[in-house]
Design a binder for this molecule. Structure first.
Ligand code: UT7
Length: 326
């Protein structure tokens, strides 16, 4: 089995910024509460004419440029998202057309905030099996479109954006060493959008009852996240045969600084060994890990041979972690 790794990264966030002070004017909240409870200061919001595929396209173009791969040579596109442009066709197909990646197979993957790790695991397996030689994996979200801006429990958290990576063959000893994926469907009701699917199709009633917005039992999700982030990362490290003291950079899902700090505590890692950018972007669901990774690369925080751990959790409930050598 050949070694498969990341050969290009890219990210994009829309221009418009929504600060905590802006939110103070919209709901009963304040900057101090949001910063101390979440670590978030601002988030980016898509323009009216931007949909998820537009954000994905910007990030994908940058990732392909950094990998020096032409769109027509891309063989597989996976987009992780819970905010597709529409039910179908998939956002990956819309992106494929936009890029001119005519040879690529394309599909979306739904695993909420764990979607990017699930997508990486899927693409890496397909590349290792010899089915494809390269893949474009994108996490992209327009969460502002499914956020209730009268609900202070959720609207302070979410932001829009996209991150992308290109996967390809890398020298032996580098690339992805392990994945740990998991799900607990019994926790589904803790974080969901109830309306608009086959269970509760869109109607005047579902609009009236705000069933098309994210609903979340924040506290329950918080407890789950604190438990699972550390244990998923530890399990991925165990599978990779790597000691936690040898981790150079943790790239966690950017949901809440307190959740990240709990994971760092469990892994006995100092904050310098962690990529944190949720203060500027908030929680961008499936896009948060690839945005953080692309920014870490841009900032020169990832060097050849470094050991990286990616870890996330989210709706489903789901979780995922991966260990790779850069
Ligand atoms: O990607 C996965 C998606 N989800 C998550 O990662 C979310 C995980 N959960 C969290 O990050 C946290 O649970 C929250 C940030 C959502 C909430 O923080 P918390 O420390 O768990 O607060 P809480 O829900 O226990 O609420 C504490 C108090 C409550 O008031 P009372 O009942 O104590 O009087 C809330 O009503 O804070 C109140 N509150 C707020 N106050 C000001 C809730 N939201 C706000 C707000 N501004 N925005």
């Amino acid at each position: 089995m050949k070694a498969v790794g990341i050969i290009g990264t890219g990210m994009y966030v829309p221009e418009r910024i929504l600060t905590n002070h802006d939110l103070e004017k919209m709901v009963d909240t304040n900057d101090e509460w949001i910063v101390t409870r979440t670590g978030i200061r601002e988030r980016h919001i898509a323009a009216e004419n931007q949909a998820t595929s537009d954000l994905a396209h910007e990030a994908a173009v940058r990732a392909l440029e950094s990998a020096k791969l032409k769109p027509e040579d891309v063989e597989l596109i996976i987009v992780a998202t819970i905010t597709p442009d529409m039910f179908f066709p998939s956002t990956a197909c819309i992106l494929q057309d936009r890029l001119g990646a005519r040879r690529a197979a394309a599909f979306d993957l739904s695993a909420a905030c764990s979607g990017f790790i699930y997508s990486l695991a899927t693409a890496v397996s397909m590349l290792k099996s010899g089915m494809y030689r390269n893949a474009l994996v994108v996490g992209a979200e327009c969460l502002s479109r499914i956020t209730d801006y009268t609900d202070r429990n959720t609207c302070i958290l979410f932001g829009d954006g996209a991150g992308a990576v290109v996967l390809g063959e890398v020298p032996e000893g580098r690339g992805f060493l392990s994945f740990e994926l998991g799900a607990d469907g019994s926790g589904g009701p803790l974080l969901n959008i109830a309306g608009g699917g086959s269970r509760l199709p869109a109607s005047a009633d579902t609009v009236e009852s705000k069933a098309h917005y994210i609903r979340m039992a924040g506290n329950e999700v918080f407890k789950f996240a604190v438990r699972i982030m550390g244990s998923a990362a530890e399990e991925a490290l165990r599978k990779a045969g790597i000691d936690k003291k040898d981790v150079d950079l943790l790239v966690p899902h950017q949901a809440n600084i307190r959740i990240i700090q709990a994971a760092l505590g469990r892994l006995e890692l100092p904050e310098e060994k962690c990529m944190i950018n949720l203060d500027r972007y908030g929680n961008a669901s499936a896009a948060s890990i690839p945005i953080a990774l692309a920014e870490a690369v841009e900032q020169g925080r990832v060097r050849e041979g470094d050991c990286l751990v990616l870890v996330g959790f989210g709706g489903g409930l789901t979780w995922g972690a991966s260990v790779l050598i850069w």
